[in-house]
Ligand binder design. Sequence first.
Ligand code: NAD
Ligand code: TDX
Length: 372
Amino acid sequence: MKSLMVTGGAGFIGSNFVHYWLEQYPDDRIVVVDALTYAGNRDNLSGVTANANLRFEHADINDTERMQQLLRDEVIDTIVHFAAESHVDRSIEGPDAFVTTNVLGTHSLLKAARQVWLIEGDGDGNPLAGHRFHHVSTDEVYGSLEPDDPAFTERTAYAPNSPYSASKAASDFLVRAYHHTYGLDVTTSNCSNNYGPYHFPEKLIPLVILNILHGKALPIYGDGKNIRDWLYVEDHAYGIDLVIRQGKVGETYNIGGCNEWTNIDIVQLVCKLIDQRFDADENLAQRFPDSPAANGTTSNTLIEFVRDRAGHDFRYAIDASFSENELGYAPRVTFEEGIERTIDWYLANESWWQAVMDGSYQAWIETNYKAA
Ligand code: NAD
Ligand code: TDX
């Protein structure tokens, strides 16, 4: 039986991880630590809040003493560290929060883990001594690929280009240093773009789904030819599970979807799938009367090419063969299935996204998505 601290567990991937873990390992204890920034949402955990094995702690990872106390009180043996500022566009507008949370926050958590697991834990029957610090990172730390470049491996040199990816790279190096210098038991995973339920609608796929339903423009940065490697979020949770259970101490594992799409193609696909749903279900036209498919036209008429993102990385692609060979990792949900599941989740969970859109998201969208 494990006792996990999941930081950022009320965010997109963290909450999906909590759902996944409690289903796989119902006897394990999970303490979610989340500061509930604009991206954190208690509703993301609503299906599991009654679970006696789940504790929610509204806290900032920069509060090192509180992190230490939680590690002691809950006899935590595994930290799964998702908490971060995660949106590239926000990092361009305001990098400070990215340094504060991603760099200093990760360091605060590492200090707490070292204090409780290594300094106070004596390794001799003390339950606080056995430990694992799993750090969740991103493929963006490797920089940008040209169309014919080989995909990123774990040995690709770091070349972060945005304040977001630079702050993630810095945190990866701190995790590495705490292993090398102090002997902290760490693993790191670098994952490609996730999509699925609870994805905050500032990111491309949920933004496009909701804008189609509301008949709003679909902003495509630049020429729409940039490429991302998309992975269904549950498969990310599965990959992290394999790393936590089987990964070698100090090692890094790439997790990806082997599923590269240009932005314009993925937006066209989402348009087509939503149009098909309106054709098959006339209730949708009543629920979403401003959507193009409710008005005899197609969703892709909403596409607008807008000013490019500053420093926009052209292509990301993950080579996950090391994780495949070492851990038996492979994505289990095909993209065809995952994208259908995702669209259906947003159609079935209007109350979730209405609540999100009533808040800060809407104000931010208004100021940031005026067509260039
Ligand atoms: P998210 O923005 O949806 O969630 C981040 C969560 O962290 C939120 O719940 C927020 O409230 C919380 N948080 C932020 N600052 C905090 C602080 N100081 N203390 C405690 N909690 C805090 O992010 P996400 O998309 O779920 O990403 C999770 C992790 O996965 C991040 O580390 C990100 O870099 C990484 N990642 C994301 C993707 C992706 O496609 N979204 C891909 C690869 C890696
Ligand atoms: O409105 C948009 N129009 C558009 O063309 C938005 C929001 C995005 N884009 C483009 C930019 C990217 O090329 O779509 C692509 C995907 O953009 P995002 O959803 O913002 O994701 P990305 O910048 O690729 O970063 C994501 O994947 C890696 C996550 O947000 C990161 O947290 C993760 O590390």
